[in-house]
Design a protein around this ligand. Structure first.
Ligand SMILES: [Zn+2]
Ligand SMILES: [Zn+2]
Ligand SMILES: [Zn+2]
Length: 736
């Protein structure tokens, strides 16, 4: 007889791990017990040596699909003479470290339950089991047990209790287990809600991580009304489709995209849309892609039918404020938008938006990391000090580190208003408690005006580490790819504060976690009126043309659309150097070219012009424009000159857009080649918001690989500023 204790760490709670252990222990005829611990799961098994060996094999190989074992320690104990195997109640919380599971989309078996007229959960919108359902959004504290969730106010009925206590049941220790008798309820019958949606109304629907605003995506008038009321002039709305067939009716879906759409995380997937599908044009004006997700809770599944196949499901908020999650705040904050409400009485402890991903370069790439991902830890493959990194300004996330992990927060949003700041602070307080993190340093961006920087400065008694924006971008890419040695970092980005006080964004770095050298950058151009130049890409086009042609700017067609007085003001700024910041931004260069092509002179949201430039770029065009590299400065004036010339010759915009993308990829190859020759570095990390552009990312990747580089992209955190906090965290954790 032998006895072994096994301690497993990772994602082992809330994913059906204890019933799994119970089952395999019994299969191998072993005695002992299994329990959740704050650090993961602890098991003791006793039996003959061969059976224990087979048990350990199964333990490693057959773990539930949603589990993730990061660490497993086995020790020998003296036999205790146990005769049966039991599941023990969870122990209390101590100072150890546990990973908290994210929310998981409804599983196929639960869907079977609530669609079966004979099942006691028929049409019950809060059906869940050990393999699916709410987790992070309802957890108040760890260990993850019902009394520490917002389900604590719903005592289970006898039947649910029986399932909960039966190790052979799929709902054994499913903490949010519920049924129509004992569980949460909707305040309006679903039939009525479907009727209102069919009638063209906008409904605020309380879901898993907050409210959505929903309307029928095929009802043009309803979508337009939502757009007007939400004051979201052009920013695309996400859609939720009834099933995969409906997604495929409106979009082109690849095999990989299908897997992501139907996976347990159920993010919004950015897909190429098909023309003429009946979806309102107002869903995503001027865009040839569209974000679509499948239902991820029973409530969402049950919204469809009766002629409703596809719904707009946009975050329930006003412009850039955080998503609304409490019943009582909904009327005040969404009253001007929603015609009616669908709420329920299950509390949302933590607000979590839908995640957004795009599939390219062979895998899923996160654009917004929230539901289904947060608060999953990212294994860094190296020990780290405990730090807090507060992130950037736009698309803010923060990040905690501990042990071997980085734990990024869910998407917080643009830190530009009081509500978002509150969301930041409440989430930070919550996550620090969950993960028992006591930061020894706080990392922040160098930009003195960022609210996140000011939050860091307000924390007394803790050393601060300022991290340059693009160094953080590249470090984030290094961290998730487990790179530690020096790399070449290509940061193509919108805006980031440089060490010279200028706006950086077309950067070539040589860096590791300890520091960076700026080895190349796009030649500076003036941004007339600072941030106003971000909202008005024509200002960047004019600046580039003046840089290229001096006073003799060619009269391209787009200039005719600019009121003379406004143009004169900007020309005066550019000529006099008044209200000017210099920028090397790649995002602003994309803006300038989009404006030159007449695609977009003014934007409604960050990156809009660049998205439209990508959208029009013709396939199959591979010839770059000439450019010059002068020391560290990459001179794009020859590119602008050629584009101006081609526009005058009547070369079609899509061809120019394609050649421009090729040019940026060619610049990456050229400059990385020079750095390789000087430093013998082969590894290249690509990061920055501009790499959300699939065409650019794929062309840079392919060209660099062709030239013998080892190229790394983001997958787990966004290339945009949502990934900054991870980079800041590893840099600060690495600082002495
Ligand atoms: Zn389930
Ligand atoms: Zn019940
Ligand atoms: Zn950035």
């Amino acid at each position: 007889m032998v006895r072994r204790r096994i301690r497993a760490r990772g994602i082992v709670q809330g994913v059906g791990f204890r019933p799994f252990v119970y089952r395999i222990a019994r299969e191998h005829g072993l005695a002992g017990w299994v329990a959740n611990s704050p650090a993961g799961v602890t098991v003791e098994v006793e039996g003959d040596a061969a059976s224990v060996g087979r048990f350990l094999d199964s333990f490693r190989r057959e773990a539930p699909a949603l589990a993730q074992i990061d660490e497993m320690a086995v020790e020998d104990l003296a036999a205790a003479g146990d005769t049966e195997f039991v599941i023990r109640e969870s122990g209390g919380a101590d100072a150890e470290f546990v990973l908290v599971p994210p929310d998981i989309a409804t599983c196929a078996e639960c869907r079977g339950d609530f669609t079966d007229p004979a099942n006691r959960r028929y049409l019950y919108p809060f059906t869940n089991c050990t393999n699916c359902g709410p987790r992070y959004t309802i957890i108040e504290d760890i260990p993850y047990d019902r009394p520490f969730t917002t389900m604590s106010v719903f005592p289970m009925c006898a039947e649910c209790q029986r399932e909960y206590e039966d190790p052979g049941d799929r709902r054994f220790h499913a903490q949010p287990n519920a049924c129509p008798v004992c569980g949460p309820r909707l305040d309006v019958p679903l039939e009525e809600v479907r009727g209102l949606l069919r009638a063209g109304q906008i409904i605020a629907i309380k879901g898993l991580g907050g409210f959505h605003l929903a309307c029928n995506a095929e009802d043009d008038a309803a979508v337009r009304r939502l757009r007007e009321r939400k004051r979201r002039s052009d920013k695309p709305f996400a859609l939720m489709a009834w099933d995969l067939a409906e997604v495929e009716r409106v979009c082109l879906v690849s095999e990989d995209e299908r897997a992501v759409l139907t996976g347990a995380r159920r993010p919004i997937v950015i897909l190429d849309r098909r023309p003429g599908t009946g979806i309102s044009e107002a869903v995503a004006p001027g865009n040839n892609t569209i974000g679509v997700m499948l239902p991820y809770t029973p409530l969402h599944h049950l919204l469809f039918g009766d002629g409703l196949n596809i719904l707009v499901m946009t975050s329930g908020n006003i412009s850039e404020e955080p998503i609304v999650s409490r019943n009582e705040e909904a009327p005040a904050r969404l009253g001007g938008i929603a015609d009616a409400y669908l709420t329920h009485n299950r509390g949302i402890r933590t607000r979590v938006d839908d995640s957004v991903v795009r599939v390219y370069a062979g895998r899923e790439r996160v654009i917004r990391r929230s539901r289904g991902f947060a608060p999953l830890a990212i294994d860094l493959g190296m020990p780290v000090r405990q730090v807090l990194a507060v992130g950037a300004e736009l698309k803010n996330t923060f990040c905690l580190t501990k042990d071997h992990y980085a734990i990024p927060s869910q998407h917080i949003g643009d830190l530009e208003n009081f509500e978002t700041l509150e969301f930041f602070e409440e989430t930070l307080e919550h996550m620090r408690r969950f993960f028992r993190v006591e930061p020894v340093a706080v990392a922040h961006d160098l930009h003195p005006g960022y609210l996140s920087t000011r939050i860091a400065q307000g924390m007394s008694g803790i050393p601060r580490v300022g991290v340059q924006h693009h160094h953080a971008h590249i470090a984030a890419c290094m961290a998730e790819n487990h790179l530690r040695e020096k790399v070449i970092g290509v940061a193509f980005d919108g805006t980031g504060y440089g060490t010279d006080g200028q706006v950086w964004g077309g950067e070539f770095l040589v860096c590791d976690f300890a520091g960076f050298e700026r080895r190349g950058h796009f030649r500076y151009v003036p941004m007339a009126g600072g941030d106003q130049a971000i909202r008005e890409p024509w200002r960047m086009a004019l600046a580039w043309l003046r840089e290229t042609f001096g006073g003799a700017v060619p009269e391209l067609p787009f200039l005719a659309a600019i009121p003379e007085r406004r143009r004169a003001v900007v020309e005066a700024m550019l000529a006099g150097g008044v209200q000017i910041v210099a920028t090397s931004s790649c995002g602003r260069l994309f803006d300038a070219v989009a404006a030159m092509l007449g695609l977009r002179l003014e934007t409604n949201f960050e990156g809009q012009a660049a998205i439209e430039l990508e959208a029009v770029a013709a396939p199959g065009v591979h010839e770059p424009y000439p450019f010059e590299v002068d020391g560290a400065a990459i001179d794009l004036r020859p590119v602008i000159a050629r584009i101006a010339g081609e526009l005058r010759q009547g070369v079609p915009g899509p061809v120019i857009a394609a050649r421009f993308h090729e040019t940026i990829a060619a610049i990456a190859v050229e400059v990385c080649g020079r750095i390789r020759a000087a430093d013998r570095l082969e590894r290249v990390c690509l990061s920055g918001g501009t790499f959300q552009n699939r065409r650019l990312a794929e062309r840079c990747l392919d060209s660099l690989v062709c030239h013998g580089f080892e190229v790394y992209l983001h997958a787990q955190v966004p290339p945009n500023d949502g990934g900054i906090s991870l980079g800041q965290a590893v840099i600060a954790s690495n600082a002495a």
